[in-house]
Design a protein around this ligand. Structure first.
Ligand SMILES: [Zn+2]
Ligand SMILES: [Zn+2]
Length: 278
């Protein structure tokens, strides 16, 4: 069983779905390729990107510093991450974290005969920081960095203005996002980021999230794989605003034995800590 599959989305744009659990994106510029996220670290990313884009330098960018998005960083010398997630970008995952990832994400793969013997998730040797307004020029394709603190303090989105693409990491999904983590910002800050992204609604055609699901619960509006319409941006901004303003209180949500709240939107939703509205 392969641990990944490559999905062509547009000219010079592909998704890599790792175990159908986490999504990476590959963009092919004239001079350089860009890999957005490195997943759990199971996929031989250098080879996959070179096969798609040819032999050229690869710019590696992490949407944020979580184990399902940056664990393949050690396949590269240098990676780029939002400046406020840089502190979390250097460690090797603990045995406990690896065990939790195995349990949550790898059980189907193992049951199907998948091999984890070579799995060595880890950081890159060098971590460069990105900040708001930075532009990554690939040659004929440019990505603008948008800082969007919320899910994590250093979460970023990438905007390709001429192609009208927006890559949003874990900030927006078709099911509830996690805004309740210890490292998440106060919900008010997450809301400010979502309001800013919502201002892009008319400037983008497609929002590309970093997780995807096909089943009814995870994708109730049956959006095409890996592609969300820009209307999801104001849905998230308005829905989160209603929580911040005290209009919606959410339902109880069990997060590893800690009770927090979850408010569902027309599509997706927000898990939040009612003591951390800000
Ligand atoms: Zn995350
Ligand atoms: Zn994630």
């Amino acid at each position: 069983m392969e641990c990944y599959r490559v999905i062509p989305l547009r000219e010079d744009l592909w998704a890599i779905s790792e175990l159908e659990k986490t999504v990476m994106y590959v963009m092919n510029g004239r001079d350089r390729a860009l890999l957005f996220d490195t997943g759990f670290g199971l996929t031989p990313l250098r080879g996959v990107v070179s096969e798609l884009c040819g032999e050229k330098p690869i710019v590696v960018v992490n949407s944020h510093a979580h184990i399902d998005h940056h664990s393949g960083n050690n396949q590269f010398e240098t990676v780029h991450v939002g400046r406020f997630d840089e502190p979390a970008s250097h460690g090797w995952p603990s045995a406990e974290e690896c065990a939790r990832v195995r349990e949550m994400n790898f059980s189907d793969y193992l049951a199907a005969g998948g091999d984890l013997s070579g799995w060595r998730p880890g950081p890159a040797r060098r971590v460069c920081v990105l900040q708001d307004g930075d532009v990554i020029d690939l040659g004929g394709m440019t990505l603008r960095v948008l800082e969007a603190p919320g899910h994590t303090p250093g979460s970023i989105a990438l905007l390709e203005e001429s192609r009208r693409w927006l890559f949003t990491g874990d900030l927006i999904l078709t099911w509830e996002v996690w805004g309740q983590l210890a490292e998440s910002t106060a919900l008010r800050v997450y809301w400010q980021s979502l309001q800013r992204l919502a201002q892009l609604e008319r400037r983008v055609d497609t929002v590309f999230p970093s997780h995807w699901g096909e089943n009814e619960r995870d994708n109730p509006l049956h959006f095409p794989s890996f592609e969300l319409p820009p209307e999801i941006l104001p849905i998230y901004a308005e829905g989160t605003g209603r929580i911040v303003e005290g209009l919606d209180k959410g339902e109880p949500y069990d997060f590893w034995g800690r009770e927090v709240r979850c408010q569902r939107f027309q599509i997706g939703g927000m898990v939040f800590d009612p003591h951390r509205i800000g």
